[in-house]
Design a protein around this ligand. Structure first.
Ligand code: ZN
Length: 350
């Protein structure tokens, strides 16, 4: 009888507490109010396949010799990004025409030469001290021993050109008087391929305080289709969105359900998933600092980390749609009334 009572009590507590948390989550979901729907679409539509393609054919051309960290090819790639931002009149967070956060050779092992993260910045109109980081890595594998150039069109040329187009779209909005209320840092990271060292350096030497860095949307390969989705190409893997901030997850879901209806695949977000993608690209260094992240990823494919990862194999309309999803998500986080909250501080979840 005693055992029965305890069990009943556990059952009772169990049934009472579970729906309660679900109700809180529902409240959190219902609390998300999308801002400026017409404007989001207007400026998202400035992201075009033509421009993505032009930038990507250049960025993943032989000229940049596979963009290996510290090499002349990588320097040409960083210079290409810098020139783009100067031409587009998108500022750097530093003085004048300096767009580089230089990482000294001493930070690297294995005799790598010094390298650069490239930073472009749009200052927020109302809460400039709150920073949203959109990132992708600019480096790749360089030239293989047999002389083949690893052009890394998908990895991570796709993420790089997505950022270029988003920066341009936010800038057009700003020129029309619709600049983001919070600041956006467009962060092209070096040295990802040798162990996420560019993002590690940034988080150790942040240009803006990490406590005011409210999210990191990181893109690493969004231009291709993996074997799992060969018959269902309108997809993207999202990893990490619900780990630190359920609000971030529900914003991301709501943006997608309202504007895009991409099939969001969360299979790689499961805790203990054997590929451990959550810890395998630059966002992880931000997550370690308790900054909520989303990692956007198309999965691996037959050309992953091979010389055959070339720009002719990119699906540009998919790349455009995925870029628009990230743009609209960033727009919401930059412009919504409340600052994005991590779960531990979220009153709605207490
Ligand atoms: Zn990559």
């Amino acid at each position: 009888m005693k055992t029965f009572c305890i069990l009943s009590l556990i059952a009772l507590v169990g049934t009472c507490s579970k729906p309660k948390y679900e109700v809180k989550l529902q409240n959190l979901k219902d609390n998300i109010v999308l801002c400026d729907s017409a404007l989001v679409i207007k400026y998202a539509n400035t992201i075009t396949t033509k421009e993505l393609k032009t930038h990507l054919y250049k960025f993943s051309s032989n000229e940049f010799m596979g963009r290996k960290v510290g090499t002349p090819g990588q320097k040409l790639a960083t210079n290409f990004l810098k020139s783009y931002y100067i031409n587009e009149q998108i500022k750097s967070p530093f003085e004048g025409e300096n767009y580089y956060q230089t990482i000294p050779a001493s930070f690297f092992s294995n005799n790598y030469k010094s390298s650069e993260n490239v930073l472009a910045f749009i200052e927020g109109t109302e809460k400039p001290e709150e920073i949203i980081i959109i990132s992708a890595h600019l480096d790749h594998l360089g030239v293989s021993n047999d002389g083949q150039i690893n052009n890394g069109a998908d990895d991570d040329g796709s993420g790089t050109v997505a950022i270029m187009e988003m920066a341009q779209a936010f800038t057009m909005a700003k020129k029309d008087g619709y600049g983001p209320k919070r600041s956006i840092l467009f962060l092209h990271l070096t040295a990802e391929e040798i162990g996420k060292r560019g993002s590690e350096f940034y988080t150790k030497h942040p240009v803006f305080p990490l406590e005011n860095t409210i999210t990191n949307l990181n893109i690493d390969m969004i231009g291709r289709v993996d074997d799992i989705h060969i018959n269902n190409k309108d997809y993207i893997y999202l990893i990490g969105s619900d780990r630190l901030s359920k609000e971030l997850h529900y914003i991301s879901e709501k943006i997608n359900n309202t504007f895009f209806n991409i099939n969001i695949d969360y299979r790689f977000n499961k805790i203990g998933e054997r590929n451990s993608y959550y810890s395998r690209s630059d966002h992880y260094n931000f997550a370690l600092q308790n900054i909520p992240v989303i990692f956007y990823f198309n999965g691996e494919h037959e050309d992953y980390h091979k010389a055959s990862d070339t720009p002719d194999k990119i699906d540009y309309s998919l790349l455009k749609k995925r870029t628009k999803l990230i743009f609209a998500t960033a727009w919401q986080i930059a412009n919504q009334k409340n600052r994005l909250v991590i779960d531990a501080n979220n009153e709605l979840l207490k």
